[in-house]
Ligand binder design. Structure first.
Ligand SMILES: [Zn+2]
Ligand SMILES: [Zn+2]
Ligand SMILES: [Zn+2]
Length: 336
């Protein structure tokens, strides 16, 4: 064993500040932690967190009783914003009012489901809405399910049998809704070459399954599946929770219109996209990998490096090399 790599004292992760007795354990940690400049960070102590939920706990702004960082929590309590988790006067981070980069490259999809099947538990799409980046409705219709509706879920959906019975043009078939949504997601550029829009939503796979089509993974921006917006347990948060916690208002209180869900998901997406993360050398490579959906196959960081070389680096050098295991939405921003 290489005794020269036995440093005095502890080896501290430059991102999450965990300490290790041996350098090889820090390298092991860095291989799996996938820290990067895209992690949510405490703006008081600069510690990296896995998710915004973990950051809220660190700042004492979360609902959990986990131990928090007393100093950071005190500063945050005095000067922090519970919506964007920035500490006022330390950062100029804005709440992301929907401006931001991108330039109209995304549409948000929302569906409302009614129940089918003998007990009404099978979700079928009865209403669909598609909203652009400026929150304009680009498509909205009731949809007539292919199989009989057994539970209208009126108290939440506000949908009655007559809504799904209406004449042509008011109620679409699943096929018509599917084709219209697909058509709107294709952009005709002046060069004649088609380009696809980003598709924003919450639980997109469920909505897309109800509409009977899929969309390329690298073009989906799902607020239920985006690691910084997920629970520490890696389960999804509800859109209602995310909207209340990070946008500061309530949705889905009475009869739910899918427009409300589209707007909430779009605002969350735009907020995440507006983050100004330092761009790393690994971003281009990571970007390409994600676009080829190969990133998940490569679960370890530093595949090209040998253990001995890594153990000779400083914690800061290791962090410089580390790349995230998900595609950060700040990379969608054209002016970032
Ligand atoms: Zn760490
Ligand atoms: Zn980022
Ligand atoms: Zn802190």
């Amino acid at each position: 064993m290489d005794s020269s790599s036995e440093a005095h004292g502890r080896h501290k992760c430059a991102a999450c500040f965990r300490q290790f007795n041996r350098m090889e354990h820090l390298v092991e940690h860095m291989r799996t932690a996938r820290h990067s400049s895209h992690d949510p960070r405490c703006l008081v102590c600069l510690k990296h967190c896995r998710s915004l939920e973990a950051l809220r706990d660190h700042l004492g702004a979360g609902g959990s009783s986990l131990p928090k960082a007393a100093h950071c929590a005190a500063v945050f309590a005095a000067r922090g914003c519970t919506l964007c988790l920035a500490v006022l006067h330390i950062t100029s981070s804005s709440h992301g009012d929907g401006g931001g980069g991108g330039g109209g490259g995304a549409l948000a999809l929302g569906c409302k489901m009614v129940g089918a099947g003998s007990d009404g538990s099978l979700d079928v799409c009865a209403r669909v809405c598609l909203v652009d980046e400026r929150e304009n409705v680009v498509y909205e219709t009731f949809v007539k399910p292919l199989i009989p509706v057994t539970q209208y879920r009126y108290e939440r959906t506000g949908i009655r049998p007559e809504h799904l019975r209406g004449g042509a043009g008011v109620v679409a078939t699943v096929k018509q809704a599917q084709e219209r949504v697909q058509e709107l997601l294709r952009v005709r550029t002046s060069g004649g070459r088609g380009r696809a829009m980003l598709l924003v939503g919450h639980g997109l796979d469920h909505d897309l399954a109800a509409l009977g089509f899929d969309y390329p993974a690298h073009l989906k921006r799902d607020t239920a599946q985006y690691p910084p917006l997920m629970k520490t347990s890696k389960l999804s948060n509800s859109l209602r929770f995310l909207t209340y916690t990070y946008l500061g208002y309530e949705i889905q209180t009475g009869h739910q219109h899918p427009y409300e869900d589209c707007v909430a998901a779009m605002r969350l997406y735009q907020r995440m996209r507006a983050q100004r993360h330092r761009r790393g050398d690994g971003d281009a490579a990571a970007d390409g990998a994600f676009h080829h959906q190969a990133a998940s196959a490569d679960s370890n960081a530093f595949p090209a490096w040998r253990q001995r070389e890594l153990e000779r680096m400083t914690p800061e050098e290791l962090l410089q090399l580390s790349t995230p295991d998900y595609y950060c939405w700040c990379l969608d921003s054209v002016d970032g």
